[in-house]
Design a protein around this ligand. Structure first.
Ligand SMILES: *Cc1c(COP(=O)(O)O)cnc(C)c1O
Length: 500
């Protein structure tokens, strides 16, 4: 059986896995999906006793048209030696829930899982499809994707990468991580706007025929590293299976028991990867979608109405400050039984009116597996403090949002959790947000972020990730602050510089 992806918005656009990896986004603006995902099953029993790399191999081969040897070398080149823990993901058990730590990679956020893998997959896909052009990756970031993508793609043959982030709307550490990025094929731009502006700007360029022609003359093809790329989703599905296997191996659950996942959510990529796991046979009771005060998804999961017409709020969990969650489109596709026309219609409504409402059938399908919650900054800070005091475990603000929502369900809607074990995905190291985390414990007067990091260490004794500590000695290599209308200009300018 040959594996083909189609656009969420029309059956008529079909691509092989390699083409989907290289294109990122479908030319009609839709996202690539596998119509028959339900039929691709993982034999979970066979994963018992396997390590992370072996599990990754079993999962990834289902999404791709690569042979086993190619898959294994991608996994090895992507992850080996890049994480401080023995295995890329690390499951920790607290009193009431398990924390799946996904922040032990080079950029201290879960984005490393998708973005260390994606360049390796693209490199192989370039060879496989005898594609002649080079690839330019354009990426919008709310803070963590940018650095992880730069780190994954730096110096990778036949690729270039340019990242856009919202100026002054990412943490100081996140900004420093990007501005000090080394590599002969990288560029960074700060735009005056918010993440949605950056994401829209990138999406528009990816489908702008004039711009595409201009790059074609330079022998360059555009692609994206945002979580709309199938390579990232596939890589993220792995740790859902991994955590399940660990729970079985550690006798926390029996094989075939269901579990819950609580996922700090922004663009809906991480949680959607879990849903892919469910479709492939992972026993899941509920996915709890955790939002901060930008609670569009919470409202959607309660009303069936997606309404982005609201104020964009800047919070202490900036990687979740998003009003348009791109990957929700893929859930709509599956929840509507692969009804491309219907998805296209909803996306048109979102574009034209800023909102849409799904029909009852689809809403019921979604609610069967998804529930939502949200926490504001005050709740988030209180949670960091309480969990540290009670369990000596230091949460980052994103994970704290998830933890708070989990506690709320434990208190008020235990039935939703169904009495099953719960895994909370921990998406970042607390040190990426040192100032806000330190603020929880005492008023921070210091302005030097590295002094604050040290203070946080003194207080908690949680080790500081080396890559973050070392930022203090790195040179600033990028300094472009631009208007949204100048994105194209900056890209051409950066290409001119990195081509030399
Ligand atoms: C990106 C990110 C999220 C949100 O993940 P999505 O896949 O966009 O839903 C949550 N937490 C952190 C720390 C992130 O970097």
């Amino acid at each position: 059986m040959s594996l083909m992806y189609e656009s969420t918005r029309t059956k008529k656009i079909n691509r092989t896995p390699s083409e989907s990896l290289l294109n990122g986004l479908s030319p009609d603006g839709g996202l690539f999906v596998l119509r028959d995902l339900d039929k691709i099953k993982i034999n979970i029993n066979s994963l018992i006793g396997k390590n992370y790399y072996e599990i990754a191999s079993e999962i990834l081969k289902k999404f791709l048209d690569f042979n086993d040897e190619d898959i294994n070398s991608c996994i090895f080149d992507a992850y080996k030696g890049k994480f401080v823990t023995d295995e890329p993901a690390n499951l920790v058990t607290l009193k009431n829930a398990h924390i799946l730590e996904l922040f032990n990679g080079p950029t201290s956020a879960f984005k490393d899982f998708g973005l260390l893998m994606l360049p390796q997959l693209i490199k192989k896909a370039l060879v496989k499809s005898s594609f002649k052009k080079d690839i330019l990756i354009l990426t919008a970031t709310s803070g963590d994707t940018g650095k992880a993508a730069l780190e994954g793609f730096k110096n990778v043959d036949r690729t270039k990468i340019i990242v856009f982030y919202p100026y002054q709307k990412v943490s100081k550490i996140q900004e420093l991580q990007m501005l000090t990025q080394e590599g002969n094929n990288v560029g960074v731009g700060a735009i005056e706007g918010n993440f949605d502006d950056a994401q829209n700007g990138v999406k528009n360029l990816l489908t702008d025929e004039n711009f595409i022609k201009k790059l074609d003359h330079k022998n360059i093809q555009l692609s994206s590293a945002n979580s709309i790329n199938i390579g990232r989703l596939a890589a993220q599905t792995v740790y859902y299976f991994y955590s399940y296997i660990k729970l079985v191996e550690n006798n926390k659950i029996k094989m075939d028991d269901k579990i819950n996942f609580v996922v700090p959510t922004g663009n809906f990529g991480n949680i959607l990867s879990g849903y892919y796991g469910l479709k492939m046979g992972l026993p899941v009771n509920k996915f709890i979608c955790a939002s901060n005060s930008n609670n569009v998804l919470y409202d959607f999961l309660n009303t069936g109405i997606y309404n982005k017409k609201r104020e964009f709020l800047t919070t202490i969990s900036p990687s979740m400050d998003i009003l348009i969650s791109s990957n929700l489109e893929r859930l709509l596709y599956y929840a509507s039984n692969c009804n491309n026309e219907y998805v296209a219609q909803l996306m048109d409504e979102l574009k034209e009116k800023g909102e849409y409402q799904v029909n009852n059938k689809i809403f019921e399908n979604i609610k069967e597996y998804f529930a939502g919650g949200f926490a504001d900054d005050m709740d988030t800070k209180n949670t960091i403090k309480k969990v540290f005091e009670n369990e000596k475990y230091l949460l980052d603000p994103h994970t704290a949002v998830a933890y708070k929502i989990f506690s709320d369900y434990m208190e008020k809607h235990k039935d939703v959790l169904g009495g099953f074990e719960t895994v909370i995905l921990s998406t970042a190291s607390p040190y990426k947000f040192s100032k806000d985390v330190m603020d929880v414990f005492k008023d921070v007067s210091d302005t030097n972020i590295f002094t604050i990091m040290e203070q946080l260490y003194e207080m908690t004794k949680v080790p500081i990730p080396n890559d973050l500590k070392n930022l203090a000695n790195k040179k600033i290599l990028h300094n472009n602050v631009i208007k949204i209308s100048q994105m194209e200009e900056l890209i051409l300018d950066i290409l001119g510089r990195i081509e030399k």
